[in-house]
Design a protein around this ligand. Structure first.
Ligand SMILES: NC(=O)c1ccc[n+]([C@@H]2O[C@H](COP(=O)([O-])OP(=O)(O)OC[C@H]3O[C@@H](n4cnc5c(N)ncnc54)[C@H](OP(=O)(O)O)[C@@H]3O)[C@@H](O)[C@H]2O)c1
Length: 448
């Protein structure tokens, strides 16, 4: 028996992501339907009809469908207060009434509430509804997978590296001159201004999403594919990484679009007019280990930019080769996550003409085209809940991993000097071009 409790069941995340993902697992029978119960917990005074509407509004299903009806029958709303122990005692009674003394019952608590409530909820779970022997799991935002529909490439990166020794052989300072890790978003912080303004882009994206990408691209081979060995390898890397430094960091904040139709950050509701919260950051770190000595890892992320683009690229070190001088070599290996998933290797070939010469072609695995037959897209939340139910922690961040991530970003959490301004819908602050040339050593490459 699995009891899945969603705290904050009246909220945005629950309606848009949590319930739809649970519904998909239910629909696909990835969980045994008769052995599954969902309780939505929140303070709001919701009727059964309100709750049914919330759990089905983003299901993508016709309202009258049989599977949706069945899903609703397995779900119910529970009104309670996050700081009130008595509410949790009542919740415990409710859970017990379904679980019927099933000794193997698993309780999963998902916190779709603001972080300010986490402590109360966890402490009340501990006091009232906790079951020992690995039968209680608590899930806290953010999921590994960037809130995007598919994060398969991130899981694939270590597999491509470690299951193809020829590929991993490139992943070191001898072959790699610099690494770029980008997550550019065209979306803004509208709708979560309060949260964003007190956190900023470093806490929102760099500390978690980009650290996950960094781990996947730079960790040493894990001893085995076990979740604990994979996490050990990630922690070892994060501990070897030197913290970001202010002098290597460029902060930005967007202003309204060139035609004035899109609001600047400071024009958003509730943002103080003198806010210096960064909506953009570029920063660079180095890793103190044999594999990566001297290689800059350049991180760039920001809101309200000109595109959605999440990728990791290795800039291969130019070398003297018989057919071409150092300066002109194409040398990118790219793992693209958004908007398209693909892996591409720049490759020099003979220009297929009688006169010959060199031509840059791409060796490419395109998920949509080349893997069409096997590719089943899934939602990141669906995968996360599935793993939580099955007890596979690989997608979850371990506490020492979180701590090591915070240590790396600690010096640059907030800008001290005024942020550089950039226009809504642009590529970022104008200083970015110079920044990338300096830290990615682009002057040695023909790429800009
Ligand atoms: N929305 C997204 O797409 C998204 C994406 C990634 C991460 N997150 C994170 O997920 C969490 C939930 O996000 P959300 O957008 O669903 O938030 P939300 O709608 O603001 O809050 C969820 C629910 O929590 C309760 N709540 C709100 N403020 C509270 C407060 N100050 N004290 C006690 N309870 C409060 C409310 O329910 P009741 O009043 O009915 O109890 C609300 O319906 C946040 O930590 C957010 O940063 C959200």
């Amino acid at each position: 028996m699995i009891s899945f409790v969603v705290f904050g069941a009246s909220g945005d995340l629950a309606a848009k992501k949590t319930f739809p993902a649970l519904f998909q697992l239910f629909k696909k029978k990835a969980i045994e339907r008769d052995q599954f119960r969902i309780i939505g917990f929140a303070r709001s005074n919701l009727s059964n009809a309100d709750f049914e509407n919330i759990i089905s509004m983003h299901s993508g299903e016709e309202q009258g469908s049989t599977v949706l009806k069945s899903f609703r029958q397995h779900s119910e709303y529970f009104r309670g207060n996050y700081s009130d122990k008595a509410s949790f005692e009542k919740l415990n009674e409710k859970l017990k009434s379904y679980e019927e003394q099933d000794k193997s019952v698993l309780r999963i608590f998902y916190l779709a509430v603001p972080p300010s409530v986490f402590f109360d909820v966890c402490s009340n779970i501990h006091k009232t509804t906790y079951l020992p022997n690995n039968r209680t799991r608590i899930i806290v935002e953010k999921p590994f997978g960037m809130d995007y529909d598919s994060a398969d490439m991130i899981m694939n990166l270590p597999i491509m590296r470690f299951m193809n020794p020829g590929i991993d052989a490139m992943f070191n300072h001898e072959h790699v001159e610099s690494v770029e890790i980008f997550m550019k978003e065209s979306g803004t912080c509208e709708g979560r201004e309060g949260y964003f303004n007190s956190n900023g882009v470093v806490r929102d994206v760099l500390q978690n999403h980009l650290m996950q990408l960094f781990s996947a691209v730079a960790m040493d081979p894990p001893r085995s594919a076990d979740a604990s060995d994979i996490r050990n390898a990630k922690v070892k890397l994060l501990q070897a990484a030197k913290p970001f430094r202010r002098e290597d960091t460029l902060f930005g904040q967007y202003v309204k679009s060139a035609d004035g139709s899109k609001k600047g950050y400071l024009d958003l509701k509730g943002i103080p007019e003198d806010s210096n919260t960064a909506t953009f950051v570029a920063s660079t770190l180095y890793v103190d280990n044999e594999r990566w000595k001297g290689v800059p890892f350049v991180f760039v992320t920001g809101k309200a930019l000109n595109e959605n683009d999440v990728h990791v690229s290795l800039h291969l070190r130019p070398k003297d080769m018989p057919y071409q001088s150092k300066g002109n070599q194409s040398r990118l290996v790219t793992f693209s996550i958004q908007p398209k998933e693909y892996v591409a290797f720049d490759c020099l070939i003979k220009r297929p003409t009688m006169a010959g010469g060199l031509h840059t072609a791409e060796l490419k695995i395109d998920y949509d085209k080349d893997l069409e037959d096997v590719y089943q897209k899934y939602d990141a939340y669906e995968a996360l809940f599935y793993d939580a139910i099955k007890g596979n922690p690989t997608r979850f961040v371990r506490s020492d991993e979180v701590e090591a991530g915070w240590r790396i970003v600690n010096n640059i959490l907030d800008p001290k000097e005024p942020c550089e301004k950039y226009t809504f819908g642009s590529a970022g602050p104008k200083q970015l071009r110079e920044y990338l040339h300096k830290y990615l050593y682009l002057e040695t490459s023909k790429k800009t």
